[in-house]
Write a protein that binds this ligand. Sequence first.
Ligand code: ZN
Length: 203
Amino acid sequence: MKIICIGRNYSEHALELNNPIPSTPLFFMKPDSALLQKNKPFFYPSFSNNIHFEAELVIRINRLGKSIQEKFAHKYYNEIGLGIDFTARDLQKVCKENGHPWEIAKGFDGSAVLSSFHPIEKFVNLKDLNFSLNINGSTKQSGNSKDMIFNFDQIISYVSQFMTLKIGDFIFTGTPAGVGPVQIGDKLEGYLEDELVLKTTIK
Ligand code: ZN
């Protein structure tokens, strides 16, 4: 199982971090040891002083595929969930400045938080899907899939040119504007439409 994450897929978020808007999807990966599921707590790592939340729609691959054409990409996922791509923004800044890979800033333990997964049939329109993240009861991020620069099918088509997608792989599809730091003691709650699907506490 692998975890693929799309960066800069919402223009307002790219701009808030002073990044250019990409012309092809930008992706990076997290190891399976980054997974944090079943509403378990997140332990703030000692190597960072600036862990940011990034709430994202996540699709789960349900079919083996390589070089998938965009028109067939919808056959390769049938469940969607919410994820948090925890990012050590301080370490990422140094990686970016040095032109280094991002793994230490993005792939640490617990950095890939996942909600329960839901059949896509449950949602009226995948191209108009609301999601949000609350911290201690106040909304910090809210997004809608219609604002993605690259949609799910375009992402699958692009990524599968480079690597075979396998059953059980997850794709984090990018975060909208509003990212920010978490503090020890914070309680995070994630919603898909109006349904509470994810909870975690920062310890
Ligand atoms: Zn992200």
